[in-house]
Design a protein around this ligand. Structure first.
Ligand code: TYD
Ligand code: MG
Length: 437
């Protein structure tokens, strides 16, 4: 749709294809309020164009995007300050520049600071187009001249539009600036990365208001102490969600970790009480992840239940199941659960290992370095099967695990996994008994 006549269609580039359509004269009666009818399409007759994808130069980022950056898509990259968003996108800038026109717009840093980062990353700075600007109108005016294929905005919170009264970073500024950029991206077929900071408090007022406007939302996670960074797709119109990309922050920027399977294990040789390993499958590949729990006598009337990297409500539910169906009485104990390495696990397959870690700390009895577990725990204490059991077991066997405690239906009938002994359990009690043996 175009408000005025134009010789060329802005969408498809065809000439003289615009037809005038006059709005019906307003008739304030009837439920349609005088609107004229729109065309309805038969889905079978809609032409499907294979979306063109750009290689970002980072395999892990391509994977999270669903196979590369889609032309004309808008990708929001969120994460805590200092996690490495600017670093990642400067690396993307450098590798995309070989084949495409890229414009990096920074509202946070001066050109000098960006140049310094580029030197630190040891990328070739020739041909890297950068702009230090915060006014959206000027950014778009520059883009019209520069005609980039990809534009990187660092960050959306620093941009502002003069016609809005509120300060940069406020909800209305963020939303309105992003809307302008999205419209530009769609009309011109330019791919846009929007960087957004998420504050420690959750930052609902920040970039999350944009989640419905953009095509993909990627979140950068990681512990500040750990060098691993996880990029996760929370929304993706062109790929699978919850796909993970794993990077390591080095002194020369982010390096991909293409086989991340065992990096989320703490690297002590013996695992003491309160620690269990599980195989999670966040995204499309199995990861060995360690869960640690600490259970201690509580001085409080309401003992604390704290979970890092895990859903606290789920933990409370699991503790109730353990009490009611396995007689594990920890209502007067503080319970702390931590997923090692700063990864967040939301799969129900983590239920059993979390409970086993809690139980192990409570009884002060180690589970054993070569034992792992996965499985969903139901409200009546039953252990329910989870998807892709065999793939998880295969991964565990490859890393030298000797014993796996899994839901009975996930125990393979035929396949052997080397030295891995697979114990199928039906209830939580059976799982706890299996550990005594
Ligand atoms: P940055 O990309 O500026 O974070 P964000 O844009 O998300 O706020 O990353 C900042 C951190 O990364 C900073 O603590 C320094 C560290 N870093 C490295 O360890 N190695 C590097 O090569 C670079 C460029 C940064
Ligand atoms: Mg930054």
């Amino acid at each position: 749709m175009s408000p005025k006549w134009a010789g060329q269609c802005a969408d498809c580039g065809a000439w003289n294809s615009l037809a005038e359509e006059s709005a019906a004269s307003p008739r304030r009666s009837g439920y349609a309020g005088g609107a004229s009818a729109a065309d309805v399409a038969d889905l079978a007759s809609v032409a499907i164009s294979e979306e063109a994808r750009l290689d970002t130069g980072l395999g892990e980022l391509n994977r999270v995007l669903g196979g590369g950056l889609v032309k004309g898509s808008v990708v929001l990259v969120g994460g805590d300050p200092g996690i490495g968003k600017s670093t990642l996108l400067l690396q993307v800038h450098a590798s995309l520049t070989a084949a495409s026109r890229v414009l990096y717009v920074s509202g946070e840093e001066s050109l000098g600071q960006i140049a310094q980062r580029a030197r630190r990353l040891a990328v070739d700075a020739h041909g890297l187009k950068c702009l230090a600007e915060t006014a959206v109108d000027r950014i778009l005016a520059t883009a019209v001249v520069e005609k980039p294929d990809v534009m990187i905005i660092d960050s959306i919170q620093t941009l502002w539009l003069a016609e809005l009264q509120s300060a940069p970073g406020s909800v209305s500024q963020v939303r309105e600036c992003a809307a302008r950029l999205v419209r530009y991206a769609k009309e011109q077929g330019v791919s846009v990365f929007l960087i957004g900071h998420v504050t420690k408090e959750g930052g609902i007022a920040g970039p999350r208001v944009l989640e419905h406007m953009v095509d993909a939302v990627l979140y950068f996670e990681g512990e500040s102490g750990s060098r691993f960074r996880i990029l996760r797709a929370l929304k993706n119109r062109f790929g699978a969600i919850n796909e993970l990309g794993v990077f390591a922050m080095t002194d020369r920027g982010l390096k991909e970790v293409p086989n991340p399977s065992a990096i989320f294990l703490s690297n002590q040789s013996e695992r003491g009480p309160g620690s269990t390993v599980m195989v999670t499958r966040e995204g499309t590949r199995p990861l060995l992840v360690e869960v640690q729990a600490l259970v201690d006598q509580s001085p409080l009337a309401n003992p604390r239940r704290v979970a890092v990297g895990y859903e606290p409500n789920r933990l409370a539910l699991l503790l109730a199941v353990a009490h009611r169906h396995a007689g594990v009485a920890i209502y007067d104990q503080d319970v702390f659960v931590n997923i090692v390495g700063g990864i967040r696990v939301s799969e129900t397959a983590a239920d059993l290992p979390v409970l086993l870690a809690v139980h192990s700390s409570f009884r002060n009895r180690a589970i054993g370095t070569h034992t792992l577990a996965f499985g969903e725990v139901g409200l009546s204490g039953e252990i329910r099967p989870i998807p892709n059991g065999e793939e998880r077991l295969r991964e565990a066997a490859q890393h030298g695990f000797k014993r796996a405690i899994v839901p009975a239906p996930n125990k393979p009938k035929k396949e052997r996994f080397g030295e891995l002994e697979v114990i199928g359990v039906q209830t939580l009690t059976q799982a706890l008994d299996a550990l005594q043996a």
